[in-house]
Design a protein around this ligand. Structure first.
Ligand SMILES: NC(=O)c1ccc[n+]([C@@H]2O[C@H](COP(=O)([O-])OP(=O)(O)OC[C@H]3O[C@@H](n4cnc5c(N)ncnc54)[C@H](O)[C@@H]3O)[C@@H](O)[C@H]2O)c1
Length: 359
């Protein structure tokens, strides 16, 4: 009997060929993982983080996170099919994601890079090892897009974006996908070249008018849907800037001061246990430091998707979505890309070994 173990290796270009840069597909994958999260059909230990100081050093010297998870789905296959979702996953994986803030300016490289391993559900041997950098950026955008689909006002027309780099791009692709009525995107980034590059790229990808804002305040004021995706080290958001009914996704950590959450009507996270464990997100710090009561955290988005709790109840509510980022999203999206790659014969088959020397 052959003891050779092989896995598929997907470099980023392979992931793109396998549909990894298709936001519609990424949002389907991420809605699936939110759904299974709401059904408790997942395993997701708290993320171990290596950092060389306190939480604030993630924005200066960087960090490395490891995000293992399992996603099921078999028990809900019919329900998922009825809702038009992708099918069950039934396996596990891990994303290893270092972040070095000086990479863009010092090396012209992305701040974050990632590698994902998906295992074979029967043997738990590696089935796929892939670039996770694209998966990670797409699933983060997709989580905001799915949240906007459930929590933003569906007639929203104006989007405000602060931070126009990698995550700003996927936030915009996804928010437009989640709220197709969006027509204008106002962008503010500290770096004007980044804003220009963003507009150059996005004008061919998304049907929206792109306008440069001169300040974060200008990007916020009058916006129905807002995303903050920066490497800010100090809070700069003022709660007076929100219009009635605004929906704000804060995917970065230090943009909004905890006291601004007092003026929010509803706060939703992706996983309150993980948010509390990581201890950096503003929704957690607002509770910890006594600005808001924990009861103001409405819950996890997956619970809203499966109907365990309610989302928006009227158009005037200001809603704040504060995701920590879940390993199950990486697994669900990576699995979608891997399945596409297998079906299309994309990627290289590599051996782990021909014969294990020890057994
Ligand atoms: N919650 C999640 O699931 C999740 C997942 C991935 C990334 N993130 C976060 O998203 C953020 C952005 O990631 P990225 O890869 O795009 O980073 P990046 O370093 O490539 O870009 C950050 C951008 O923010 C801009 N910026 C910094 N401070 C600013 C400020 N005060 N006002 C306006 N613009 C400012 C910079 O000029 C830069 O263009 C990071 O904080 C990262 O940790 C969150």
């Amino acid at each position: 009997m052959s003891k050779r173990v092989e896995f598929i290796y997907l470099q980023q270009e392979d992931c793109v060929k396998a549909g990894g840069f298709d936001m519609k597909g990424s949002m389907q994958a991420v809605e699936r993982s939110f759904f299974l999260h709401g059904k408790d059909d997942f395993i997701q230990p708290g993320k171990p983080v290596i950092r060389w100081g306190g939480p604030e050093t993630e924005e200066t010297t960087g960090r490395i996170m490891s995000m293992p998870s399992f996603l099921g789905g078999s028990d809900y296959a019919d329900d998922m099919k009825e809702r038009g979702m992708l099918g069950p996953v039934n396996t596990s994986g891990i994303k290893f994601i270092p972040s070095k803030p000086h990479n863009p300016s010092k090396h012209g490289l992305p701040r974050a890079n990632a590698v994902i391993i998906i295992v074979d559900e029967d043997t738990l041997m590696p089935a796929c090892i892939m670039d996770g950098t694209l998966v990670s950026a797409m699933r983060t955008g997709a989580a905001s897009g799915v949240a906007a689909k459930y929590l933003a006002n569906p007639d929203s027309t104006v989007m405000g974006l602060v931070g126009a780099s990698v995550q700003g791009i996927t936030q915009t692709l996804a928010l437009k996908e989640g709220v197709p009525s969006l027509k204008i995107c106002k962008i503010y980034d500290l770096n004007r070249d980044t804003t220009q590059k963003f507009i150059e790229k996005m004008k061919d990808l998304v049907d929206m008018e792109f306008v440069i804002a001169e300040s974060a305040e200008e990007a916020f004021r009058g916006s129905d849907v807002i995303s903050t995706a920066t490497m800010a080290k100090q809070p700069y958001v003022n709660s007076d800037w929100y219009k009635e009914g605004a929906f704000h996704c804060e995917i970065s950590f230090w943009d909004t001061p905890p006291e601004a959450l007092i003026d929010m009507d509803v706060i939703v996270v992706d996983d309150w246990g993980q948010v509390s464990h990581h201890g950096v997100d503003v929704s957690y710090r607002a509770v910890r430091d006594g600005f808001i009561d924990e009861s103001k955290i409405r819950g996890n988005l997956g619970d809203i998707i499966v109907g365990k709790t309610t989302g928006r109840s009227h158009s005037r509510e200001k809603i704040f979505f504060n995701p920590i980022g879940m390993g199950i999203h990486d697994l669900s999206e990576a699995h979608r890309v891997y399945e596409n790659a297998k079906a299309k014969g994309i990627g290289k088959t590599l051996p782990l070994w021909d014969n294990p020397i020890l057994e």
